[in-house]
Design a protein around this ligand. Sequence first.
Ligand code: V47
Ligand code: SF4
Length: 366
Amino acid sequence: MYNLSFLDNRLDKIYNKVKAGKRLDLDDGLILYESHDLSGIGRIADFARRRRHGDNAFFVYNQHINYTNLCINGCKFCAYARDKKTGDAFTLSIDDVKLKILERINEPVREFHIVGGLNPTLPFDYYIDLIKSIKELRPEAAIKAFTAVEIDFIAKIAELSLDETLAKLINAGLSMMPGGGAEVMSSRVRKKLFPKKISAHRWLEVMTAAHKAGITSNATMLYGHIETTEERVNHLILLRELQDQTGGFSAYISLAFHPQNTQMSHLHNTTACDDLKNIAAARLMLDNFEHIKAYWVMIGEKLAQVALSFGADDLDGTIIEEKITHMAGATSAKGMTREEMERIIIAAGFTPVERDSFYNPVRRQN
Ligand code: V47
Ligand code: SF4
């Protein structure tokens, strides 16, 4: 395992750095994305992955709740949002949310993943009640809710500072934040695809405030649209720098762009090679992130299984009702059972470890 040879000899230098625990730089990141030695990149990422996690592969028993699809941001890559009350626009009342929780109350759900659009008709109390009512029904489960984009919006609605808003949400039961909304941290891409969304600077500022307030969060990158390789690598470096400062990121997830039903439907879906490279490059560039997810909803169950040998150590969750990617044409299942999750992990040669939101093992299958 320790002596690897590569088709692309530029990978020798990268492997030597990784073995010595030295940090990769922008040029190394560019090589990882540009090289066609896919198996070589994968083997280096697998080395780094096994050094941290051996053959453990994590997943969580979770439930997604999308509380509204009304959104004022109009991002061009989004198939989920509606900008006004049309037939398929929705906002869940607190009772609707409770019903969704009660429908699955007999299942061992350990995490609620709650995200939605920026809906200006919802008052601050809605967000507090949403969290409190879930916590009342499911005190043992963690609530991972609201991207940095939503937190910024909720603070404006509440007319409170970022710190005050976070404190109230945490007091209501918020225990973690998902990593969405970062997209690609480039002002060029932002201007073209999501000009109304908060800037990269603000996304990082919200995450810093959340970490300082004592909660962890995830981080993402949306790739496979108009971003350059350099913009991808810079994005990873920005995440790494923040992680150096706060240590508050728990996992990184690369999000493969799905073009169907978006304003960019002329673009192609990402390829398997690009999906795997994104996961491997993240494992190697993000040397201070413990967990790299292969989000099976985006890349499909089969490629997610392969991604476990390309640097990923986590398959995210069972989910059951995913909307955001499926509205943009995802062909993966809408959910997986615990048994399916364990089956694909074992078939890939890894040991399934069911975890909670904070990566404490809750069930291990040997
Ligand atoms: O913020 C929107 C992205 C994100 C599309 O933190 C799209 O554990 C692809 O962040 N094609 C939501 N992506 C998903 C997300 C996430 C998922 C799973 C786990 C976690 C976590 C976070 O999806 C959005 C946006 O960046 N997105 N539209 C699309 N057409
Ligand atoms: Fe709104 Fe998020 Fe969709 Fe952008 S990606 S339009 S912020 S729901």
